[in-house]
Ligand binder design. Structure first.
Ligand code: HEM
Length: 475
């Protein structure tokens, strides 16, 4: 026994020493960091704008393999690609990978928003948001969403021969957020908020130089105005809760103010996360609906099948009766079309994390503090995973278990999976229902788009529309 212990005591340190040597002898991934600070940033941005970023990254993968180093936005960065890379990014916790935002995003959105929180704090604030954004809660708001879309179409589509889709979808998603999440009525306050909000997000991806007349400076000022407006709103909602016993579930802000003991979130957290939800939920959903409209114009057979599904639902309803959660559960084909749209035109191209410690991945070392650049959307166009990836085929999603894990993740995964998934799904289905049952359309301009960083169709996607004579779903 003693001999065994002695052997153990002798060999274990030697084994640990060798193991440590093996790790430290591992190299950082292949590739070059390029010109200091600038690195490959300009090249990436140029390819994003020309809509060739995937091709640019594919070339890297051919040259270096699925992991390589570069320098992006002033930081040494490791680009990783593939199913294992996606799993690593989304399944790792904050002790391995920290969330990493650029300086401008951090200052503009506020340091108590979910993107800046980790561990238990992230979980607490996220749970609070989910108490409103979970399906069991959102299913009661389908009627409200329906009314917003109906009003939007009345004001912006009816009687027109041509409309530009992307700006209209941005207006619609902003109005939906104001009504459902913030409980802000239409009128001066909402109009002011939208102006400040546009100014705020314009500087989100800018260089953080806070000098008068820079984009960043204007954005910071706008962010302050947005925050002040939200603080006033919170004050009013607090008063409503105290004096009139407002319904705690009437909107997200009231819901957050009514959290139980032990789950409370601070006023600063409510402000910062309202700004985050406004930002995260605005462009993403509007881009998805815009690309759906573009696809339906390009593919008559898909349009016909979507129309058939939506007409069935419209026929089952009385005149003016709003859509319900049960109606949405019948829109299976339409949602598969939306999923296929996100496979080919993902609203979120990729993002960044930061190594919280030295990490060994795929035989290389990613040093502590380096950025990790993930582009999970690339597995969605991999012909080893999706056969004929260039072909638009919603049938791929008939059997979700046929898709390997971590290969189709437009809403991310793990502890930071998009909390707005259900909200975006409801918005999309309700909007498409109204549009296909009331209009036909064709594209007025070409089919191209660029990335900014979201996909943006040329000229915002102008379309010629014809209102159907017999509106099935008169609402
Ligand atoms: C088509 C629509 C949408 C897409 C494709 C989308 C996609 C994503 C993705 C990929 C992430 C994860 C990013 C990461 O892991 O770093 C994310 C996070 C997030 N999304 Fe969405 N999103 C959409 C709509 C929305 C909506 C409507 C809301 C709000 C109502 C929202 C709120 C958020 C928030 C707050 C986060 C941060 C979560 C966290 O860090 O825990 N999103 N979204």
């Amino acid at each position: 026994m003693n001999t065994l212990l002695a052997a153990f005591a002798f060999f274990v340190p030697i084994f640990l020493l060798l193991a440590k040597r093996r790790i430290s002898s591992k190299k950082t991934p292949p590739g070059s960091l390029g010109i200091p600070m600038i690195g490959q940033s300009l090249s990436l941005l140029q390819h994003m704008r020309a809509n060739t970023a995937e091709k640019w990254l594919e070339k890297r993968i051919q040259k270096y393999g699925p992991i390589s180093k570069m320098c992006l936005f002033g930081k040494p960065t490791v680009f990783i690609y593939g199913q294992a890379a996606n799993k690593f990014v989304f399944a790792s916790d904050s002790s391995t990978l920290a969330n990493s935002q650029t300086e401008s995003v951090k200052t503009i959105l506020g340091d108590r928003c979910l993107l800046e929180l980790s561990g238990e704090e992230h979980k607490r604030v996220r749970n609070a948001l989910m108490s409103f954004l979970k399906p069991e809660s959102l299913k009661h708001y389908v009627g409200k969403m329906h009314q917003e879309v109906r009003l939007h179409i009345e004001q912006n589509w009816q009687g027109k021969q041509e409309v530009t889709v992307l700006p209209l979808m941005k207006t619609l998603t902003f109005n939906i957020i104001c009504t459902l999440l913030f409980g802000i009525e239409r009128g001066t306050r909402r109009d002011e908020l939208v102006d400040w909000f546009q100014e705020m997000i314009a500087g989100m991806w800018s260089i953080p130089i806070n000098l008068p007349f820079t984009r960043y400076n204007r954005s910071l000022q706008a962010s302050k105005r947005v925050q002040d407006m939200l603080k006033d709103l919170i004050g009013e909602k607090k008063l409503q809760l105290q004096q009139m016993g407002a319904d705690p579930k009437q909107d997200l802000i009231t819901c957050l103010l009514s959290m139980n003991d032990g789950e409370e979130i601070s006023e600063k957290e409510i402000v910062d996360n309202s700004v985050l939800v406004m930002t995260a939920g605005h462009d993403t959903s509007s881009v998805l609906v815009t690309f759906l409209i573009r696809l339906l114009a390009n593919d008559p057979s898909v349009y016909k099948a979507v129309l058939q599904e939506q007409e069935e639902i419209a026929k089952s309803k009385h005149r003016g009766e709003p859509l319900t959660w049960e109606d949405l559960t019948k829109m299976k084909y339409t949602w598969r079309v939306a999923m296929e749209t996100m496979r080919m035109f993902p609203p979120i191209f990729g993002g960044f994390r930061q190594a919280a410690k030295d990490i060994e991945f795929d035989g290389y070392i990613i040093p502590k503090g380096w950025q990790i650049f993930w582009v999970s959307s690339m597995t969605q166009m991999d012909d080893g995973i999706f056969r004929e990836p260039q072909k638009f085929d919603p049938a791929r999603f008939e059997n979700p278990s046929s898709i390997p894990p971590y290969c189709y993740i437009p809403f991310g995964g793990g502890p930071r999976i998009c909390p707005g998934y259900e909200f975006a799904k409801i918005e999309t289905l309700v909007t498409i229902h109204h549009l296909v049952t009331q209009f036909t359309w064709k594209l007025s301009s070409d089919n191209r788009f660029s990335r900014d960083p979201m996909p943006v169709p040329t000229k915002g996607l102008p379309i010629q529309i014809v209102q159907k004579k017999q509106i099935l779903q008169v609402s």
